[in-house]
Design a protein around this ligand. Structure first.
Ligand code: HEC
Ligand code: HEC
Length: 296
């Protein structure tokens, strides 16, 4: 009798365990977006590519690489990643992809064959982009001239190189879905919050991350002592910015020119973010960023 109970218990445990295991490796189920009928605007899409930093990661400008033809090494605590060729080249780039393939990659972190992408490709942020943003971005991507050649393979050690484990990572740390406007906040604050947490992913560098590379929820914008390339990334919430003498106008000016109120220049990866992304943004978007940071 006792033995039977133990067997039943074991079978139940095994079933629950494999259920959990299945959820862990398959990842959260993410609703497909319905992008049918949307018409993209290439000009708006190129602006979003700037805003979202796609160009900075996917172009190896230091080595004179082609536009979006594959990036420079990105050093993380888990190893070194190389952003792939995302030109319209049919074999080495994404020339054979559909809008739906593109949307699943950028907003759900899924490869066309269903494998998971590493979150160093910032889909946890990009998932906040609207259907129209994704469609505009795609139309702009299709205008990128094909360049041949693939980026090198990632150099990431076991077990972090196992894509199937990313299903578990996503279950724990990835919350898919478009940005939800907060009706109690002004348009400018909503726009700022959307930019900082969504496409411009300021939050990805400026927040602490845990041992699994997941967001340390509740500590957004409080800085990261071990950021990309091992850099120390300062806090950019209102408290720290004010303590360091920043005003909203200073933030806008720094995001345009890299010059700080103390007369220094922002460097490291922030210098690249400014050069390739924020320097190109509209005044109203830079104002929205400053407004939101100073409210946090
Ligand atoms: C921080 C660097 C970084 C940024 C910013 C970035 N990517 Fe990537 N991207 C990567 C890396 C690294 C990969 C490879 C991920 C993997 O192998 O799992 C990738 C993969 C991709 C892929 C899949 C390509 C393939 O062949 O499977 C697409 C498409 C893509 N990125 C588009 C974009 C777009 C569009 C943007 C801007 C909205 C963007 N990326 C911004 C680093 C980045
Ligand atoms: C790739 C990582 C990365 C991203 C993305 C990033 N930053 Fe930074 N940021 C840094 C680093 C590193 C520094 C420190 C630069 C230095 O000291 O020269 C910094 C510094 C700053 C500072 C100066 C803070 C101070 O007190 O000195 C501000 C303001 C800032 N970032 C705003 C932003 C905003 C707004 C965004 C999004 C549009 C953003 N950052 C995106 C890495 C990043």
């Amino acid at each position: 009798m006792r033995r039977r109970k133990i067997w039943i218990l074991l079978i139940v445990l095994l079933a629950v365990g494999s259920g959990i295991f299945f959820v862990m490796i398959s990842g959260p189920s993410i609703a497909e977006r319905n992008l049918e009928g949307l018409k993209g605007d290439a000009k708006r899409g190129s602006y979003i590519a700037r805003l979202a930093g796609c160009i900075a990661c996917h172009t190896n400008s230091k080595a004179g690489g082609g536009f979006l033809a594959g990036g420079a090494p990105i050093k993380t605590p888990f190893g070194t990643f190389f952003a792939p060729n995302i030109t319209s080249h049919p074999d080495d780039g994404i020339g054979k992809w559909s809008l739906q393939d593109f949307s699943r990659a950028v907003t759900a972190g899924l490869r066309p064959d269903g494998a998971h992408y590493f979150p160093v490709f910032l889909y946890p942020n990009y998932t906040r982009m609207s259907d129209q943003d994704i469609t505009d971005l795609w139309v702009a991507m299709k205008t990128v001239p094909p360049v041949s050649g693939k980026a090198p393979d990632h150099q990431v050690s076991f077990p972090f190189n196992q894509r199937f484990l990313l299903g578990g990572w996503k279950t724990l740390f990835f919350s898919p879905g478009v940005y939800k406007t907060d009706p109690t906040k002004s348009d400018i604050l909503n726009r700022g919050k959307y930019i900082v947490n969504g496409p411009a992913h300021c939050v990805a560098c400026h927040s602490p991350i845990n041992a699994f590379g997941g967001r340390d929820f509740g500590h957004e914008l409080e800085g990261n002592s071990n950021g990309p390339n091992g850099e120390k990334v300062p806090a950019i919430n209102a408290k720290s910015l004010k303590k360091n003498g920043w005003t909203k106008a200073d933030i806008v000016f720094a995001l345009r020119t890299a010059a700080t109120p103390k007369g220094d220049a922002l460097g490291g990866t922030m210098g690249e973010v400014i050069r390739d992304s924020t320097a190109w943004l509209s005044d109203s978007d830079l104002q929205a960023i400053a407004e939101y940071l100073m409210s946090k």
